[in-house]
Design a protein around this ligand. Structure first.
Ligand code: SAJ
Length: 406
């Protein structure tokens, strides 16, 4: 059968490429004409190691094509964004738009899989929306399941094949049909459950990580106050057989860990206290880092130059979504008009939009920034930055938010 993948972003495109590379006729759909044209040329519109080769192979062999219209297919995989609104609730409008498009194509018997990270109940909502657009169909005529994606950006091409998959069906039959589809390429274990539990499982995984990082970030603030090296502290504590603390940093970014816990808070506001506090702790970390930078700039005298190393939300990727580093750069540009800010981000070619229009900010090479800076702030532990020799930093004020240079 034909698989239609709705949304060709960080998850949908690798999914479509891997399916097609395993011989499944796949049609990818995206609202962006630019992305669709890129994909049809075998080009990846973002950075993900290993994706280009697989995409090229799939496009050249003719098993993958892309279009801006919802395709007619036997199975659909919905991988569209679920951003959150100003009030921290999930914005389901992209899922609804995908459902509306799919509804026009159904003849009965199709499998529809929601992969987008979703608040509890979203899969039922999607199915209800499809059925209300198609009163000629009943719930038994469509197979609907939620299979949350849990691949790690930067390692997507491996993890998509090897990770275990949670498959939550609205019915048992839907879960089994989804399992059959994923078995075309996935070598991990298939864990069948209901849709709500699957939705919550994904949110729980990311909240687990958020809470643990919040613990590390709180420790770093406490350690700074007490004159303790937090990285040594955590390393020592982690020698205990039952302790495994994550790493502090300038805050938590990305489109998942910084977002998903809010869906749990929104679903159970009275009960989700620890999860909310962790989110707030991590969200407050950039402001704490900014305070330290401002102090260093004050001590550096008139018109200081500050190098900000890294704008991405984590190491070795170009993804700027919800990036604490980018937020720090933007706020510093506003608050320190007298300072010269040299931003270094080897994975982007031009200054991100959030930083354009500030006359005190420039995107420069690592070497140029290090040569000129009075204050050096390491925000992202990109491999390029790990190689900086200690002599180059001598005489400068260094704020290492990741413990990379200790
Ligand atoms: N971070 C720290 N300290 C750490 C680990 C991470 O500060 O010890 C920061 C990172 O710098 C980054 C943020 O947390 O700003 C998130 O990075 P990440 O590498 O933890 O996770 P993501 O957002 O790239 O991907 C996560 C993964 N979830 C889990 O590991 C539980 C991934 O498996 C999910 O598929 C993905 O979210 C998603 O799409 O939900």
């Amino acid at each position: 059968g034909i698989v239609g993948v709705i949304g060709l972003g960080y998850i949908g495109l690798p999914t479509a490429a891997i399916l097609a590379d395993h011989g499944v006729r796949t049609i990818g759909m995206d609202v962006s004409e630019r992305n669709v044209a890129a994909v049809n040329n075998g080009e990846v519109p973002f950075v993900e190691p290993g994706l280009r080769e697989v995409l090229e192979r799939a496009v050249n062999s003719g098993t993958l094509t892309a279009t801006t219209q919802t395709p007619t297919a036997d199975a659909y995989i919905v991988a569209v964004p679920t951003p959150f609104t100003d009030t921290h609730s999930a914005d389901l409008s992209y899922i609804e738009a995908a459902a509306d498009g799919i509804a026009t194509k159904l003849t009965g018997g199709e499998l529809i899989i929601l992969e987008s990270t979703s608040p509890p109940g979203a899969t039922e909502h999607m199915a209800a929306r499809i059925l209300s657009a198609r009163p000629d169909l009943t719930a038994e005529d469509i197979l609907v399941a939620h299979c949350p994606e849990r691949v790690l950006p930067g390692k997507i091409m491996d993890e998509m094949i090897t990770n275990d998959r949670i498959i939550g069906g609205l019915t048992r039959r839907a879960a089994e049909a989804a399992r059959d589809l994923y078995s075309a390429f996935c070598t991990g274990e298939f864990l069948l459950t209901d849709a709500r539990t699957a939705e919550m499982a994904k949110l729980t995984e990311n909240s687990f990580r958020d809470v643990n990082i919040a613990f590390a970030n709180e420790l770093s603030v406490i350690s700074h106050k007490l004159g303790i090296d937090v990285w040594e502290l955590i390393e020592l504590a982690n020698h205990h057989p039952r302790v495994n603390i994550l790493q502090p940093g300038p805050g938590v970014g990305g489109h998942c860990i910084a977002v998903d816990p809010w869906f749990i808070v929104d679903a159970a506001p009275e009960q989700a206290n620890l999860i909310r506090t962790a989110r707030q702790t991590n969200d407050a970390k950039p402001e704490w880092v900014l305070g330290r930078i401002e102090q260093a700039l004050e001590a550096a005298g008139e018109n200081p130059t500050v190098a900000l190393l890294g704008l991405a939300f984590k190491a070795n990727i170009d993804d700027l979504r919800e990036s604490p580093s980018l937020r720090i750069a933007e706020k510093l540009a506003q608050r320190a008009p007298g300072a010269e800010i040299l931003a270094v981000e080897p994975h982007v070619e031009e200054l991100p939009r959030a930083l354009q229009g500030f006359s005190n900010v420039a995107l420069t090479s690592l070497d140029a920034a290090l040569a000129q800076a009075d204050v050096v702030v390491l925000l992202v532990d990109h491999d390029d930055f790990k190689r900086v020799a200690p002599e180059v930093l001598a005489g400068k004020t260094v704020i290492d938010t990741r413990g990379t240079w200790r």
